[in-house]
Ligand binder design. Sequence first.
Ligand SMILES: [Cu+2]
Length: 481
Amino acid sequence: MSKIAVGGGMLLTGCDSLQKLQKKITLHPGEQQAASDAAERTRPADITLRIGSVVADIANDHAISTIGYNGSVPGPLIRLKEGVPVNVELINETGSPELVHWHGLIVPPNVDGADEENSLAVPAYGAIRYTLTPTPPGSRFVHSHSMPMADLSRGTYTGQFGFVYVEPRMNPGHFDQEVFLATHEWEPFFTTEEMADPDEPTPTPPPNYKKDNKPNGWEIGYQKFTINGKCLGYGEPVRVKKGQRVLFHFLNASATENIKLALPGHRFLISGLDGNPVPKPQLVDVIELGTAERADAFVEMDNPGVWILGTPKDDDRANGLGIVVEYSEKSGPPIWTPPPKSLWDYTQFGDSRPPETPDETIPLAFGKVNGGVGGFNFWTVNGKCFENRDAPRVLHRDRRYRLVFDNRTDDAHPVHLHRSSVQLVSINGKATGGLVKDVVLVKGFGKVEVDVVPTIAGLSLFHCHQQLHMDFGFKLLFNIV
Ligand SMILES: [Cu+2]
Protein backbone atom coordinates (compact mmCIF):
# COMPACT_ATOMS: atom_id res chain seq x y z
CA MET A 1 0.00 0.00 0.00
CA SER A 2 1.42 3.41 -0.92
CA LYS A 3 0.97 6.58 1.09
CA ILE A 4 0.33 9.80 -0.81
CA ALA A 5 0.02 13.16 0.92
CA VAL A 6 -3.13 15.01 -0.10
CA GLY A 7 -3.96 18.47 1.20
CA GLY A 8 -4.19 18.43 4.98
CA GLY A 9 -4.31 14.66 5.27
CA MET A 10 -3.03 11.40 3.89
CA LEU A 11 -4.53 9.20 1.25
CA LEU A 12 -3.90 5.50 1.15
CA THR A 13 -4.41 3.76 -2.12
CA GLY A 14 -4.42 0.08 -2.77
CA CYS A 15 -7.60 -0.73 -4.60
CA ASP A 16 -7.69 -3.02 -7.62
CA SER A 17 -9.49 -0.61 -9.91
CA LEU A 18 -6.81 1.98 -9.42
CA GLN A 19 -4.05 -0.48 -10.19
CA LYS A 20 -5.90 -1.50 -13.38
CA LEU A 21 -6.25 2.17 -14.33
CA GLN A 22 -2.53 2.72 -13.82
CA LYS A 23 -1.69 -0.33 -15.94
CA LYS A 24 -3.91 0.72 -18.87
CA ILE A 25 -2.43 4.20 -19.30
CA THR A 26 1.35 4.53 -19.22
CA LEU A 27 2.19 7.67 -17.29
CA HIS A 28 5.35 9.16 -15.79
CA PRO A 29 5.54 8.79 -11.98
CA GLY A 30 4.40 12.37 -11.23
CA GLU A 31 1.49 12.11 -13.67
CA GLN A 32 0.65 8.69 -12.25
CA GLN A 33 0.32 10.12 -8.76
CA ALA A 34 -1.85 13.01 -9.96
CA ALA A 35 -4.09 10.58 -11.86
CA SER A 36 -4.47 8.26 -8.91
CA ASP A 37 -5.23 11.21 -6.61
CA ALA A 38 -7.92 12.42 -8.97
CA ALA A 39 -9.43 8.95 -9.44
CA GLU A 40 -9.43 8.36 -5.71
CA ARG A 41 -11.00 11.73 -4.92
CA THR A 42 -13.79 11.40 -7.46
CA ARG A 43 -14.66 7.84 -6.48
CA PRO A 44 -17.06 7.88 -3.54
CA ALA A 45 -15.68 6.14 -0.47
CA ASP A 46 -17.37 2.93 0.66
CA ILE A 47 -17.66 4.32 4.18
CA THR A 48 -17.78 8.03 5.03
CA LEU A 49 -17.74 9.20 8.62
CA ARG A 50 -18.30 12.91 9.14
CA ILE A 51 -17.18 14.01 12.60
CA GLY A 52 -19.22 17.05 13.61
CA SER A 53 -21.63 18.75 15.99
CA VAL A 54 -24.83 16.88 16.81
CA VAL A 55 -27.78 17.83 18.94
CA ALA A 56 -28.90 14.53 20.45
CA ASP A 57 -32.58 14.62 21.34
CA ILE A 58 -32.43 12.15 24.24
CA ALA A 59 -35.67 12.83 26.15
CA ASN A 60 -38.67 15.14 26.36
CA ASP A 61 -37.30 18.69 26.38
CA HIS A 62 -33.79 17.33 26.85
CA ALA A 63 -31.23 17.80 24.11
CA ILE A 64 -27.50 17.17 24.39
CA SER A 65 -25.07 19.21 22.33
CA THR A 66 -22.23 16.88 21.47
CA ILE A 67 -20.00 15.55 18.69
CA GLY A 68 -21.04 12.53 16.65
CA TYR A 69 -20.70 10.68 13.38
CA ASN A 70 -22.86 11.66 10.38
CA GLY A 71 -25.23 13.77 12.46
CA SER A 72 -26.63 11.00 14.62
CA VAL A 73 -26.02 9.34 17.98
CA PRO A 74 -25.04 6.53 17.77
CA GLY A 75 -23.40 6.88 14.36
CA PRO A 76 -24.69 4.82 11.44
CA LEU A 77 -24.50 1.03 11.65
CA ILE A 78 -21.53 0.07 9.48
CA ARG A 79 -21.92 -3.35 7.89
CA LEU A 80 -18.78 -4.80 6.35
CA LYS A 81 -17.91 -8.13 4.80
CA GLU A 82 -15.16 -10.22 6.29
CA GLY A 83 -11.96 -9.88 4.26
CA VAL A 84 -13.44 -7.48 1.67
CA PRO A 85 -11.40 -4.21 1.66
CA VAL A 86 -13.30 -0.93 1.96
CA ASN A 87 -12.24 2.59 1.22
CA VAL A 88 -12.88 4.76 4.29
CA GLU A 89 -13.17 8.54 4.27
CA LEU A 90 -13.01 10.44 7.56
CA ILE A 91 -14.04 14.08 7.50
CA ASN A 92 -13.47 16.23 10.56
CA GLU A 93 -15.71 19.30 10.81
CA THR A 94 -14.50 20.15 14.32
CA GLY A 95 -11.62 22.39 15.39
CA SER A 96 -9.69 19.57 17.11
CA PRO A 97 -7.80 16.69 15.50
CA GLU A 98 -9.63 13.38 15.96
CA LEU A 99 -8.77 9.71 16.05
CA VAL A 100 -11.25 7.11 14.84
CA HIS A 101 -10.52 3.71 16.35
CA TRP A 102 -11.82 0.47 14.78
CA HIS A 103 -12.30 -1.41 18.02
CA GLY A 104 -11.79 -5.17 17.77
CA LEU A 105 -10.57 -5.18 14.18
CA ILE A 106 -7.15 -6.66 13.49
CA VAL A 107 -5.65 -3.97 11.26
CA PRO A 108 -2.26 -2.28 10.74
CA PRO A 109 -1.38 0.52 13.18
CA ASN A 110 -1.63 3.35 10.61
CA VAL A 111 -5.42 2.83 10.31
CA ASP A 112 -6.13 1.61 13.85
CA GLY A 113 -6.79 5.11 15.17
CA ALA A 114 -4.55 5.41 18.25
CA ASP A 115 -2.13 8.30 18.72
CA GLU A 116 0.28 6.09 20.69
CA GLU A 117 0.58 3.78 17.65
CA ASN A 118 1.27 6.77 15.35
CA SER A 119 -1.99 6.12 13.51
CA LEU A 120 -3.26 8.64 10.98
CA ALA A 121 -5.18 11.41 12.77
CA VAL A 122 -8.03 13.30 11.12
CA PRO A 123 -6.82 16.93 11.14
CA ALA A 124 -9.10 19.71 12.44
CA TYR A 125 -11.31 20.77 9.49
CA GLY A 126 -9.49 18.16 7.38
CA ALA A 127 -10.08 14.73 5.91
CA ILE A 128 -8.23 11.47 5.38
CA ARG A 129 -8.85 8.38 3.31
CA TYR A 130 -7.51 4.88 3.64
CA THR A 131 -8.31 1.27 2.84
CA LEU A 132 -9.29 -1.13 5.59
CA THR A 133 -9.73 -4.90 5.41
CA PRO A 134 -12.31 -5.99 7.99
CA THR A 135 -11.46 -8.99 10.13
CA PRO A 136 -12.38 -10.84 12.34
CA PRO A 137 -16.13 -11.21 11.73
CA GLY A 138 -18.69 -10.19 14.34
CA SER A 139 -19.78 -7.25 16.42
CA ARG A 140 -17.09 -4.55 16.53
CA PHE A 141 -17.39 -0.79 16.93
CA VAL A 142 -15.90 2.52 16.00
CA HIS A 143 -15.17 5.28 18.51
CA SER A 144 -13.08 8.33 19.23
CA HIS A 145 -9.65 7.57 20.63
CA SER A 146 -8.69 11.14 21.51
CA MET A 147 -7.59 11.78 25.10
CA PRO A 148 -10.10 14.02 26.90
CA MET A 149 -8.17 14.11 30.22
CA ALA A 150 -10.18 16.64 32.33
CA ASP A 151 -12.23 17.88 29.34
CA LEU A 152 -15.45 15.87 29.61
CA SER A 153 -16.77 17.25 26.30
CA ARG A 154 -14.32 15.21 24.23
CA GLY A 155 -13.42 11.63 23.27
CA THR A 156 -15.62 8.79 24.48
CA TYR A 157 -17.71 11.19 26.62
CA THR A 158 -19.24 12.41 23.32
CA GLY A 159 -21.54 10.72 20.81
CA GLN A 160 -18.62 9.51 18.67
CA PHE A 161 -19.45 5.81 18.59
CA GLY A 162 -21.24 3.40 16.30
CA PHE A 163 -21.66 -0.30 15.63
CA VAL A 164 -19.45 -2.02 13.09
CA TYR A 165 -20.79 -5.41 12.12
CA VAL A 166 -18.43 -7.58 10.10
CA GLU A 167 -20.68 -10.11 8.38
CA PRO A 168 -19.38 -13.58 9.09
CA ARG A 169 -18.82 -15.99 6.22
CA MET A 170 -20.63 -18.53 8.42
CA ASN A 171 -24.31 -18.12 9.23
CA PRO A 172 -24.63 -16.99 12.90
CA GLY A 173 -27.82 -19.07 13.36
CA HIS A 174 -31.51 -18.58 12.72
CA PHE A 175 -33.24 -15.40 13.92
CA ASP A 176 -36.34 -13.42 12.92
CA GLN A 177 -35.10 -9.99 13.85
CA GLU A 178 -31.71 -8.41 14.56
CA VAL A 179 -31.48 -5.49 17.00
CA PHE A 180 -28.38 -3.40 17.75
CA LEU A 181 -28.43 -1.61 21.12
CA ALA A 182 -25.67 0.67 22.40
CA THR A 183 -25.66 2.18 25.89
CA HIS A 184 -24.14 5.56 26.68
CA GLU A 185 -24.15 8.13 29.48
CA TRP A 186 -24.43 11.91 29.24
CA GLU A 187 -23.71 15.10 31.17
CA PRO A 188 -20.67 13.75 33.00
CA PHE A 189 -19.47 15.48 36.16
CA PHE A 190 -16.62 15.05 38.60
CA THR A 191 -17.58 13.51 41.91
CA THR A 192 -15.83 12.10 44.96
CA GLU A 193 -18.49 9.46 45.38
CA GLU A 194 -17.41 5.93 44.49
CA MET A 195 -20.39 4.18 42.94
CA ALA A 196 -20.22 0.59 44.11
CA ASP A 197 -22.66 -1.93 42.64
CA PRO A 198 -24.69 -3.38 45.54
CA ASP A 199 -25.06 -6.65 43.57
CA GLU A 200 -21.31 -7.16 43.37
CA PRO A 201 -19.35 -8.82 46.19
CA THR A 202 -16.88 -6.46 47.91
CA PRO A 203 -13.43 -7.18 46.46
CA THR A 204 -11.16 -8.89 48.98
CA PRO A 205 -7.65 -7.46 49.10
CA PRO A 206 -4.71 -9.88 49.28
CA PRO A 207 -3.03 -10.21 52.72
CA ASN A 208 -0.04 -8.04 51.72
CA TYR A 209 -2.23 -5.21 50.35
CA LYS A 210 -1.26 -1.75 51.62
CA LYS A 211 -4.11 0.73 51.52
CA ASP A 212 -3.23 4.20 50.22
CA ASN A 213 -3.81 6.70 53.04
CA LYS A 214 -4.35 9.55 50.59
CA PRO A 215 -8.09 10.02 49.83
CA ASN A 216 -9.48 8.79 46.53
CA GLY A 217 -9.39 11.35 43.70
CA TRP A 218 -12.04 12.25 41.14
CA GLU A 219 -14.58 9.77 39.83
CA ILE A 220 -17.13 10.46 37.06
CA GLY A 221 -20.90 10.57 37.54
CA TYR A 222 -23.61 11.12 34.90
CA GLN A 223 -27.01 12.84 34.82
CA LYS A 224 -28.57 10.93 31.92
CA PHE A 225 -28.34 7.44 30.47
CA THR A 226 -29.48 6.23 27.06
CA ILE A 227 -29.84 3.21 24.79
CA ASN A 228 -29.34 4.12 21.13
CA GLY A 229 -29.29 7.78 22.12
CA LYS A 230 -32.72 7.79 23.84
CA CYS A 231 -33.68 7.71 27.51
CA LEU A 232 -36.02 4.92 28.60
CA GLY A 233 -39.53 5.55 27.28
CA TYR A 234 -38.59 8.33 24.88
CA GLY A 235 -37.43 6.54 21.72
CA GLU A 236 -39.24 3.94 19.64
CA PRO A 237 -39.69 0.62 21.47
CA VAL A 238 -38.18 -2.62 20.19
CA ARG A 239 -41.28 -4.09 18.52
CA VAL A 240 -41.54 -7.87 18.63
CA LYS A 241 -44.07 -10.59 17.94
CA LYS A 242 -44.85 -13.67 20.00
CA GLY A 243 -42.81 -16.64 18.81
CA GLN A 244 -40.01 -14.54 17.33
CA ARG A 245 -36.37 -15.30 17.97
CA VAL A 246 -34.58 -11.96 18.27
CA LEU A 247 -30.82 -11.57 18.03
CA PHE A 248 -29.64 -8.66 20.17
CA HIS A 249 -26.21 -7.13 19.69
CA PHE A 250 -25.36 -5.15 22.83
CA LEU A 251 -22.55 -2.61 23.06
CA ASN A 252 -21.46 -0.73 26.15
CA ALA A 253 -20.33 2.55 24.55
CA SER A 254 -19.70 4.25 27.89
CA ALA A 255 -16.64 6.32 28.63
CA THR A 256 -16.27 4.95 32.14
CA GLU A 257 -19.19 2.78 33.31
CA ASN A 258 -19.47 -0.98 33.56
CA ILE A 259 -23.14 -1.91 33.26
CA LYS A 260 -25.69 -4.70 33.61
CA LEU A 261 -28.86 -5.32 31.59
CA ALA A 262 -31.91 -7.52 32.14
CA LEU A 263 -35.28 -8.12 30.44
CA PRO A 264 -37.98 -9.23 32.91
CA GLY A 265 -39.89 -12.34 31.87
CA HIS A 266 -37.14 -13.37 29.43
CA ARG A 267 -33.65 -14.81 29.45
CA PHE A 268 -30.71 -14.11 27.17
CA LEU A 269 -29.00 -16.95 25.36
CA ILE A 270 -25.46 -15.58 25.13
CA SER A 271 -24.00 -16.73 21.83
CA GLY A 272 -21.10 -14.31 21.41
CA LEU A 273 -18.78 -12.16 23.51
CA ASP A 274 -17.06 -9.16 21.89
CA GLY A 275 -18.43 -10.45 18.58
CA ASN A 276 -16.83 -13.89 18.82
CA PRO A 277 -18.99 -17.04 19.12
CA VAL A 278 -18.70 -18.76 22.51
CA PRO A 279 -18.20 -22.56 22.70
CA LYS A 280 -21.04 -23.03 25.22
CA PRO A 281 -23.98 -20.62 24.75
CA GLN A 282 -25.77 -20.21 28.11
CA LEU A 283 -29.05 -18.73 29.28
CA VAL A 284 -28.59 -15.82 31.69
CA ASP A 285 -30.93 -13.38 33.45
CA VAL A 286 -28.43 -10.52 33.54
CA ILE A 287 -25.77 -9.46 31.05
CA GLU A 288 -22.72 -7.64 32.34
CA LEU A 289 -20.73 -5.44 30.01
CA GLY A 290 -17.55 -3.63 30.98
CA THR A 291 -16.82 -0.42 29.09
CA ALA A 292 -16.44 -1.29 25.36
CA GLU A 293 -17.58 -4.89 25.75
CA ARG A 294 -20.19 -6.40 23.41
CA ALA A 295 -22.49 -9.40 23.76
CA ASP A 296 -24.67 -11.21 21.23
CA ALA A 297 -27.81 -12.71 22.75
CA PHE A 298 -30.80 -14.58 21.37
CA VAL A 299 -34.12 -14.01 23.11
CA GLU A 300 -37.19 -16.19 22.52
CA MET A 301 -40.16 -13.84 22.57
CA ASP A 302 -42.56 -16.07 24.46
CA ASN A 303 -43.96 -13.78 27.16
CA PRO A 304 -46.29 -11.22 25.55
CA GLY A 305 -46.45 -7.83 27.23
CA VAL A 306 -44.73 -4.49 27.39
CA TRP A 307 -41.39 -4.81 29.20
CA ILE A 308 -38.38 -2.72 30.18
CA LEU A 309 -35.03 -3.98 28.97
CA GLY A 310 -32.78 -2.05 31.34
CA THR A 311 -30.26 -1.82 34.11
CA PRO A 312 -31.11 -3.41 37.46
CA LYS A 313 -29.78 -0.18 39.11
CA ASP A 314 -32.99 1.73 39.92
CA ASP A 315 -31.39 5.21 39.86
CA ASP A 316 -29.70 4.69 36.51
CA ARG A 317 -32.87 3.21 34.99
CA ALA A 318 -34.86 6.19 36.30
CA ASN A 319 -32.29 8.39 34.57
CA GLY A 320 -32.81 6.58 31.28
CA LEU A 321 -30.81 3.35 31.05
CA GLY A 322 -33.40 1.14 29.41
CA ILE A 323 -35.55 0.59 26.34
CA VAL A 324 -39.14 -0.65 26.01
CA VAL A 325 -39.73 -4.06 24.41
CA GLU A 326 -43.29 -4.13 23.11
CA TYR A 327 -45.13 -7.17 21.76
CA SER A 328 -47.59 -6.54 18.94
CA GLU A 329 -51.17 -5.97 20.11
CA LYS A 330 -49.95 -5.29 23.67
CA SER A 331 -50.14 -1.90 25.32
CA GLY A 332 -49.91 -0.25 28.71
CA PRO A 333 -47.06 1.00 30.87
CA PRO A 334 -43.85 -1.02 30.51
CA ILE A 335 -43.16 -3.47 33.33
CA TRP A 336 -39.92 -3.83 35.26
CA THR A 337 -39.25 -6.53 37.82
CA PRO A 338 -35.83 -7.03 39.39
CA PRO A 339 -33.95 -10.00 37.94
CA PRO A 340 -32.81 -12.90 40.13
CA LYS A 341 -29.41 -12.28 41.71
CA SER A 342 -26.76 -13.73 39.44
CA LEU A 343 -23.08 -13.21 38.95
CA TRP A 344 -21.61 -12.90 35.50
CA ASP A 345 -18.70 -15.22 34.92
CA TYR A 346 -17.00 -15.56 31.53
CA THR A 347 -16.01 -19.15 32.28
CA GLN A 348 -19.65 -20.36 32.09
CA PHE A 349 -19.45 -19.83 28.30
CA GLY A 350 -16.07 -21.54 27.89
CA ASP A 351 -15.12 -25.16 27.47
CA SER A 352 -12.42 -27.34 29.00
CA ARG A 353 -9.95 -27.40 26.11
CA PRO A 354 -6.50 -26.78 27.60
CA PRO A 355 -4.51 -23.81 26.32
CA GLU A 356 -1.40 -24.32 24.25
CA THR A 357 1.88 -23.76 26.08
CA PRO A 358 2.91 -20.11 25.72
CA ASP A 359 6.34 -19.10 24.40
CA GLU A 360 6.57 -16.45 27.09
CA THR A 361 4.62 -15.19 30.11
CA ILE A 362 4.28 -11.45 30.74
CA PRO A 363 3.02 -10.35 34.17
CA LEU A 364 1.05 -7.08 34.13
CA ALA A 365 0.22 -5.76 37.61
CA PHE A 366 -2.31 -2.93 37.84
CA GLY A 367 -1.81 -0.31 40.55
CA LYS A 368 -3.37 2.93 41.73
CA VAL A 369 -1.94 6.05 43.33
CA ASN A 370 -4.73 8.00 44.99
CA GLY A 371 -5.07 11.58 43.81
CA GLY A 372 -6.33 13.07 47.06
CA VAL A 373 -9.17 15.57 47.40
CA GLY A 374 -9.63 17.48 44.13
CA GLY A 375 -6.89 15.50 42.38
CA PHE A 376 -6.79 12.77 39.75
CA ASN A 377 -5.85 9.23 40.68
CA PHE A 378 -2.93 7.84 38.73
CA TRP A 379 -2.86 4.32 37.38
CA THR A 380 0.15 2.13 36.85
CA VAL A 381 1.06 -1.04 34.99
CA ASN A 382 4.01 -2.83 36.64
CA GLY A 383 4.56 0.24 38.81
CA LYS A 384 4.79 2.80 36.01
CA CYS A 385 2.44 5.36 34.49
CA PHE A 386 2.46 5.49 30.70
CA GLU A 387 4.30 8.84 30.71
CA ASN A 388 7.22 7.28 32.56
CA ARG A 389 7.33 4.15 30.48
CA ASP A 390 10.47 2.89 28.80
CA ALA A 391 10.68 1.73 25.17
CA PRO A 392 7.77 -0.47 24.01
CA ARG A 393 7.99 -4.11 24.95
CA VAL A 394 8.81 -6.21 21.85
CA LEU A 395 6.51 -9.07 20.85
CA HIS A 396 7.23 -11.39 17.93
CA ARG A 397 4.57 -12.20 15.37
CA ASP A 398 3.03 -15.66 15.55
CA ARG A 399 4.48 -16.33 19.00
CA ARG A 400 2.15 -17.06 21.90
CA TYR A 401 2.33 -14.71 24.87
CA ARG A 402 0.50 -15.29 28.12
CA LEU A 403 -0.49 -11.96 29.68
CA VAL A 404 -1.17 -12.24 33.41
CA PHE A 405 -3.42 -9.41 34.59
CA ASP A 406 -2.94 -8.92 38.33
CA ASN A 407 -5.36 -6.26 39.55
CA ARG A 408 -3.94 -4.82 42.78
CA THR A 409 -6.74 -2.25 43.07
CA ASP A 410 -10.34 -2.54 44.23
CA ASP A 411 -11.66 -1.12 40.92
CA ALA A 412 -12.83 -3.28 38.03
CA HIS A 413 -10.75 -2.59 34.91
CA PRO A 414 -12.03 -3.37 31.38
CA VAL A 415 -8.63 -3.81 29.75
CA HIS A 416 -8.28 -3.73 25.97
CA LEU A 417 -5.50 -4.80 23.61
CA HIS A 418 -5.46 -3.14 20.20
CA ARG A 419 -5.07 -5.00 16.90
CA SER A 420 -5.21 -8.52 18.37
CA SER A 421 -7.82 -10.71 19.96
CA VAL A 422 -7.01 -12.49 23.20
CA GLN A 423 -7.96 -15.98 24.31
CA LEU A 424 -9.07 -16.36 27.93
CA VAL A 425 -7.01 -18.93 29.85
CA SER A 426 -8.17 -18.46 33.45
CA ILE A 427 -10.33 -16.15 35.55
CA ASN A 428 -9.38 -15.93 39.23
CA GLY A 429 -7.73 -19.33 39.04
CA LYS A 430 -10.58 -21.03 37.15
CA ALA A 431 -9.41 -22.41 33.81
CA THR A 432 -11.46 -21.86 30.66
CA GLY A 433 -11.09 -22.50 26.92
CA GLY A 434 -12.39 -21.32 23.57
CA LEU A 435 -13.30 -17.76 24.62
CA VAL A 436 -11.94 -15.02 22.37
CA LYS A 437 -12.30 -11.37 23.39
CA ASP A 438 -10.79 -7.91 22.91
CA VAL A 439 -11.85 -6.42 26.27
CA VAL A 440 -11.52 -8.31 29.53
CA LEU A 441 -13.15 -7.00 32.69
CA VAL A 442 -10.72 -7.70 35.53
CA LYS A 443 -12.65 -7.31 38.80
CA GLY A 444 -11.20 -5.70 41.94
CA PHE A 445 -8.12 -7.67 43.13
CA GLY A 446 -8.86 -10.18 40.37
CA LYS A 447 -6.35 -12.19 38.38
CA VAL A 448 -6.92 -13.10 34.74
CA GLU A 449 -4.67 -14.92 32.28
CA VAL A 450 -5.06 -14.48 28.53
CA ASP A 451 -3.05 -15.62 25.53
CA VAL A 452 -2.27 -13.48 22.53
CA VAL A 453 -0.64 -14.43 19.22
CA PRO A 454 0.04 -11.13 17.41
CA THR A 455 -0.15 -11.31 13.62
CA ILE A 456 0.36 -7.78 12.22
CA ALA A 457 3.62 -5.89 12.87
CA GLY A 458 3.73 -2.45 14.44
CA LEU A 459 2.87 -0.73 17.69
CA SER A 460 -0.05 -2.11 19.66
CA LEU A 461 -1.64 -0.28 22.58
CA PHE A 462 -2.81 -2.01 25.74
CA HIS A 463 -4.96 0.08 28.08
CA CYS A 464 -7.84 0.24 30.48
CA HIS A 465 -10.97 1.29 28.56
CA GLN A 466 -12.22 3.31 31.54
CA GLN A 467 -11.38 6.71 30.04
CA LEU A 468 -10.24 8.32 33.29
CA HIS A 469 -7.94 5.38 34.03
CA MET A 470 -6.49 5.36 30.52
CA ASP A 471 -5.91 9.13 30.46
CA PHE A 472 -4.12 9.06 33.78
CA GLY A 473 -1.52 6.40 33.21
CA PHE A 474 -3.19 3.02 32.55
CA LYS A 475 -1.52 2.32 29.19
CA LEU A 476 1.35 0.31 27.82
CA LEU A 477 2.77 -0.12 24.31
CA PHE A 478 3.87 -3.32 22.66
CA ASN A 479 5.95 -3.33 19.51
CA ILE A 480 5.14 -6.29 17.32
CA VAL A 481 8.02 -7.28 15.04
CU1 LIG B 1 -9.33 0.87 34.60
